[in-house]
Design a protein around this ligand. Structure first.
Ligand SMILES: *Cc1c(COP(=O)(O)O)cnc(C)c1O
Length: 359
């Protein structure tokens, strides 16, 4: 059955996406230290707030929903615009690594929306190798896995290669790696609006001032960051004075370029209120260390709320772990003044960090 969705919210309801992701205060180890030693009054304490996009949906990873919603909804709109049912676009090709949160989220959505998905996956798997949990799920949801060499994968933005894939798989739509394209920025604008409304309800908003002093989020393809920066500029009620991306991979200069590419209408100095912090990539994408692992465990421990499970927090070393570690480290270094209000975006992504299932 084909499901035509006129509105993103109808699609969101259909997929079981939460109306709003919570915004609440969390604790970081160095913040507790700061508040008990340096701050002398309640007013001087540093507050750490978290936008919990990890709670949007149990399977669809937070920022991937924000980024994919427009492509999937537009896809439906396009199909409605076409004259005959038979000519509706029905097949998507997209790209990612073997643990990709994007492909995992997209495969789930496609399954629910009755869209065929061809997942182009970086790297060859041996025929007798057991699929990891991410790929197992995707297979279960009916995605077709198409493994390509790292050399071929590098062509993922090459129009000629994309055309080849499109005809080979008879696909109607290509969604870039990470779900990252200019249209993905719409979903982030909606998230920023949610934050504004929630801050209003929580009486965090102050007259003529930003709601938060600093906003932190992880950066890989840069689309999430671009969406946040763009929304901050579009609103007359500033959410944060500065926006800092925490690089989860080694890419000084490169990552700034990626963010900038999604903001063609922005020119420095308009864009000087955002920056990328490059000291917390832990040697590269998906790399971790015993220290980072231990930090993730400690954040979970000090944010455990047995009586309010949704306030408990889990982070993993690939994205949110690096983000939280970075902010905690900056706190240790005394980078924030007394009374600062910090906001961290939890982008989700816990599925990638699952132990392999036994064959
Ligand atoms: C994909 C992903 C990111 C990176 O977002 P970009 O828009 O690619 O910068 C961050 N966090 C999680 C959990 C992700 O899955």
């Amino acid at each position: 059955m084909h499901h035509p969705f006129r509105h993103i919210s109808t699609m969101a309801n259909y997929l079981g996406i939460a109306q709003n992701s919570p915004l609440h205060q969390i604790k970081l180890p160095a913040q507790l230290e700061f508040n008990s030693t340096i701050a002398t009054t309640l007013h001087e304490q540093i507050q750490v707030w978290c936008k919990r996009d990890d709670l949007l949906h149990p399977i669809i990873s937070g920022n991937k929903w924000r980024k994919l919603q427009h492509a999937l909804a537009t896809f439906e709109t396009q199909s409605e615009a076409l004259a005959t049912q038979a000519s509706r676009p029905r097949r998507i090709v997209s790209f990612g690594g073997a643990y990709s949160n994007h492909l995992h989220a997209l495969a789930y959505c496609c399954n629910k929306l009755n869209i065929a998905l061809i997942a182009v996956i970086r790297g060859q798997y041996l025929a007798n190798e057991t699929l990891n949990p991410t790929l197992q799920d995707m297979t279960l949801w009916g995605a077709r896995l198409h493994f390509v060499s790292k050399t071929d994968y590098r062509r993922r933005h090459d129009p000629e290669y994309l055309q080849q894939l499109k005809s080979k798989f008879d696909a109607d739509l290509i969604i870039p790696e990470g779900g990252s394209q200019i249209s993905s920025l719409h979903g982030l604008a909606q998230m920023m609006q949610e934050i504004q409304e929630q801050a209003q309800e929580l009486e965090l908003a102050q007259l003529n001032a930003s709601i938060f002093d600093e906003f932190f989020l992880p950066v890989a393809s840069g689309a999430t960051m671009a969406g946040v920066v763009k929304a901050e500029h579009a609103t007359n009620k500033s959410i944060a004075k500065t926006i800092t991306g925490v690089a989860v991979l080694k890419g000084e200069g490169y990552l700034e370029g990626l963010v900038q590419q999604f903001l063609p209408q922005f020119r420095p100095p308009e864009t000087s209120d955002w920056q990328i912090e490059h000291h917390y990539s832990f040697g590269g994408y998906a790399k971790t260390s015993p220290e980072l692992d231990a930090f993730c465990a400690s954040v979970k421990e000090i944010n455990h709320h047995p009586d309010a499970e949704e306030k408990s927090i889990r982070i993993e070393p690939c994205y949110s772990g690096k983000l939280f570690y970075a902010v905690n480290n900056m706190l240790e270094q005394g980078r924030f003044s007394k009374g600062s209000k910090l906001l961290l975006l939890h982008t989700g992504g816990l599925q990638g960090k699952r132990p392999p299932t036994k064959p």
